[in-house]
Design a binder for this molecule. Structure first.
Ligand code: ATP
Ligand code: MG
Length: 395
């Protein structure tokens, strides 16, 4: 019955003169999301609205699912088209529409007409009243409520007549690409994919970096990170994933530094390397999955110690989240099942029994000086052997 979708967007509607930029970005994102789907679609802007029109056969459920992954969409309204064959025919069509879409008709409703074609022979108010009456005649169990109806039946009079009433919630947020680009530190854990999702939701395109420590971390651990990047890319679009071989650096820190400081020092080197890649790839910030107090390396003192090595801003969207809340989001966006696969993580292998929770910056810096100058060469080598994987389509 449905052959198109009206796309609702809340936040991007209020951007004043920049509005068209956001709308165009949303149109591009919708096109990208539907490119891999079964059917062919035309996506167009029309008088402050975005329509997705099927140009032939299409899979309704699949299309809705893909649209639910496009940030910037607040609601997806399936639209039924009908030819203008006079008002009586329209009444019949609307009654049939209600019969099909609402099997349980114990509902309050109103009709809301928009007359985009001004030469239509009836006024909007009159159309509302007459169609309402036709519906009531057909289904006496329905009731009109003009103030707070359960269902609003929208009728748009254009060249054709459009009917819609169902609003499927979209993910909200802003179209990816409107907010610049940032570098996600993506591990195989639960938190960092959620962090990436949240920043992408604000319109930010993602690149990612994963620190791999073979043979301590296996190929399967790396594959898991690629899989997580792929799931995030269903929302964020194609992601450039940099796989950095961190083994040598990690071993060297392990040899030279007090073990209780390992995690903090390692994290500082990860940030330094991530920032170098970020600066070369036009990223405007780094993203991590840290939240205050979750583990020793995420106390306020430890976070300050990691922040201190970065010039770029570090975005930590989960900073105030409880683990349970993060787990819920991971479940909702589809990363949780992959995140909990039991493959080793480079940080857990080199982790100390009693890591410092309040690292002293002066002490940390002194210990880091013992790593110079060799560590600089190791960083250089790591950057030169950076393996780049495009995840989620042709970037
Ligand atoms: P996650 O679930 O994201 O792994 P976590 O609770 O295990 O988080 P940590 O291991 O302390 O936390 O890591 C904190 C953050 O540092 C991660 O959210 C991630 O952004 C980054 N990070 C940790 N390990 C790696 C890695 N091997 N490669 C890339 N980033 C990493
Ligand atoms: Mg982790």
């Amino acid at each position: 019955m449905f052959s198109a979708f009206l796309i609702k967007y809340a936040e991007i509607g209020v951007k004043g003169k920049n509005r068209y930029l956001f709308e165009d970005a949303l149109v591009r994102r919708i096109r990208l999301a539907l490119k891999k789907s079964q059917g062919e679609f035309e996506v167009r802007k029309n008088q402050g609205r975005i329509y997705v029109e099927a140009l032939g056969e299409f899979d309704y459920d699949e299309t809705v699912e893909r649209l639910k992954h496009v940030f910037g969409i607040s609601g997806i309204c399936p639209v039924a088209y009908t030819q203008d064959e006079g008002f009586e025919k329209l009444c019949e069509t609307v009654v049939r529409y209600v019969a099909d879409v609402y099997p349980d008709r114990n509902l309050t409703f109103k009709v809301d007409t928009r007359r985009a074609r001004k030469n239509y022979p009836k006024e909007s108010m009159e159309i509302n009243a007459d169609l309402g009456e036709a519906i009531l005649n057909a289904f006496p169990e329905m009731r009109v409520d003009v103030h707070d109806p359960q269902v609003v039946i929208h009728v748009e009079i254009r060249e054709q007549i459009y009917l819609y009433s169902v609003v499927i919630p979209g993910p909200g947020g802003m179209p990816v690409g409107t907010g610049g680009k940032a570098m996600l530190l993506l591990s195989g854990g639960i938190d960092s994919p959620v962090a990436g999702y949240m920043i992408a939701k604000r319109g930010v395109q993602l690149d990612a970096v994963y620190f791999h420590a073979p043979p301590y971390t296996s190929e399967r651990a790396k594959q898991k990170v690629i899989d997580l990047a792929r799931i995030v890319s269903e929302y964020a679009g194609p992601i450039y994933l940099h796989v950095i071989n961190f083994t040598r650096i990690q071993q060297y820190i392990f040899e030279k530094c007090p073990h209780e400081e390992l995690t903090v020092i390692m994290r500082r080197y990860m940030m330094r390397i991530a920032e170098k890649i970020a600066l070369e790839t036009q990223c405007l910030g780094l993203i991590t999955g840290e939240s205050i107090g979750q583990v020793a390396s995420q106390t306020m003192q430890s976070l300050a110690a990691t922040d201190q090595v970065c010039g770029l801003p570090v975005y930590r969207p989960l900073i105030g989240f409880d683990k349970q809340e993060i787990v819920e989001t991971a479940g909702k966006i589809g990363t949780f099942e992959t995140s909990i696969l039991p493959y080793e993580d480079c940080c857990t292998i080199f982790v100390a029994k009693h890591p410092v929770t309040k690292p002293n910056l002066k002490v940390i810096r002194r210990h880091e000086q013992n790593l110079d100058p060799e560590i600089e060469e190791m960083i250089q080598t790591a950057l030169e052997t950076d393996e780049r994987i495009v995840v989620g389509g042709d970037a």
